[in-house]
Ligand binder design. Structure first.
Ligand SMILES: Cc1ncc(COP(=O)(O)O)c(C=O)c1O
Length: 448
């Protein structure tokens, strides 16, 4: 019997879409750096009967009865997170990365307090104070930036911190290809008495593998998603470090209270169980090797791309992601970049670049990463080949340039998309990609 037999019987529409999505994942190169392929064990925990239970509160302190086993599951996840990251306190209930970050604000700031984070165009996350996010509506956001070379401008951050005396400083990013400067930001935060929160959503798996420096020594609070390089289910972790407890002995309770009753209700116990399973996997020696291979692959991909004339922000990478700068094709060319890659069977995403000459919806870069391809077993030779495929696909952007007039853009993009559907070169690349994917089967054991 297939794992979706009941859905197939009861809801053929949903069944059909899941089946098509599985095929899309199997036959394409998944290169969105925040995505990954979880194990069957993680998916089974996530699809388990634990979804049925309400358990507002924390282990041993619930507002509902019947939580004997839920307490055990949550305690296991907490202990595994504490032991793996080396922290004295972990909260595993945040529904995802964004709520985890909101809990940090609630625990450390009052309304209108100044806060600092990396500017979104330069790779920062929405929740680090972007102007359209709730985090800049309720707090005074003072963004810092990257320098023209693509590296975080530590001097600017220090100057802004001294001028604005933030309550909370974020170090972390969603599109930053280099090591995060935890030590330097700890010095800045300590200088102005701010909390330092390291958001390692993207690099958590690399941190556990020892392929990226850990922020635990430097930050007061560490947040992460569990579904990116960590390769777990969708979810979030909030951890308080010893340094955090030394600054404020009540910080752990403040974080827990921020989650509930602060702004969440019942925890998603099926996700908590899946996080526990993922953390057990991350403790294995194979995961260490996996994390290092992600970085080796990203470096090989960077070489492959640059050898084929693709410009990269900061000229390379230290981690799992790369940011192609497509401004040579005109401002906003990231939109074309994402689409030509998709036509070639490569899934990546349009992204702003430092000094973005266009806008977040029509940005000039494309963000790519290696975590999911590495899970499939691909290594450096495949990365070099993929670098060539991507560069060839980008060449197909040449005839196009984004109209300045916003109203003209929709029609223009419609025509562009029709044309690339007919593009022979992209169809050829699509065939190559399919062949490569066949050599690295994804979920071969999965019978729908
Ligand atoms: C650095 C960073 N923090 C937080 C988040 C938010 O995570 P989620 O999408 O799970 O809310 C992301 C997601 O991309 C991220 O990159």
């Amino acid at each position: 019997m297939g794992v979706l037999a009941e859905i197939e019987k009861n809801d053929p529409e949903v069944y059909g879409y899941i089946k098509e999505e599985l095929l899309r994942q199997q036959e394409g190169l998944e290169m969105i750096p925040s995505e990954n392929f979880t194990s069957m064990a993680v998916m089974q925990a996530s699809g388990s009967i634990l979804t049925n239970k309400y358990s507002e509160g924390y282990p041993g302190r619930r507002y509902y009865g019947g939580n004997e086993y839920i307490d055990k599951v949550e305690s296991l996840a907490i202990e595994r997170a504490k032991s793996l990251f080396g922290v004295p306190h972990a909260n595993v209930q945040a529904y995802s990365g964004s709520p985890a970050n909101l809990a940090v604000y609630l625990a450390t700031c009052e309304n209108n307090d100044p806060i600092m984070g990396l500017y979104l165009y330069d790779g920062g996350h929405l929740t680090h104070g972007w102007k359209l996010s709730i985090t800049s509506r309720f707090f005074k956001s003072v963004p810092y930036h990257v320098k023209p070379d693509g590296y975080i401008d530590i001097d600017e951050a220090r100057k802004l911190a001294n001028e604005n005396k933030p309550k909370l400083i974020w170090i972390g990013a969603t599109a930053y290809p280099r090591q995060l400067p935890f030590k330097e930001f700890a010095a800045i935060a300590d200088e102005v008495g701010a909390y330092l929160a390291a958001d390692i959503a993207h690099v958590a798996g690399l941190v556990l593998a020892g392929a990226h420096e850990s922020p635990v020594k430097y930050a007061h609070i560490v947040t992460t998603t569990t579904h990116k390089t960590l390769r777990g289910p969708r979810g979030g972790l909030i951890m308080v470090t010893q340094k955090g407890l030394d600054k404020d002995p009540d910080l752990a309770q403040k974080i827990d209270k921020a989650i509930i009753p602060g702004f969440q209700g019942g925890p998603h116990n099926h996700q908590t169980a899946a996080i526990a399973v993922a953390l057990k996997e991350a403790a294995k020696p194979e995961f260490r090797e996996y994390g290092h291979q992600i970085v080796r692959n990203a470096k090989a991909l960077a070489e492959g791309l640059m050898a084929n004339g693709v410009k990269l922000v900061s000229n390379g990478t230290d981690n799992h992601l790369l940011l192609a700068d497509l401004t040579t094709f005109g401002p906003g060319a990231g939109v074309f970049g994402q689409d030509v890659l998709e036509a070639a069977g490569v899934t990546a995403n349009k992204n702003t670049i430092p000094g973005e000459p266009s806008s977040p919806f029509y940005p000039s870069g494309v963000r790519m990463g290696t975590p999911a391809l590495t899970t499939r077993g691909m290594k450096e030779p495949e990365m070099k080949a993929i670098g060539g495929i991507i560069a060839e696909a980008f060449n197909e952007i040449k005839p196009y340039s984004l109209p300045k007039d916003k109203d003209e853009r929709t029609e223009y993009l419609k025509r562009f998309r029709e044309e690339i559907r007919q593009n022979k070169k992209l169809a050829e690349l699509r065939t190559k990609v399919r062949q490569m994917c066949k050599q690295f089967p994804l979920y071969p054991e999965m019978v729908l």
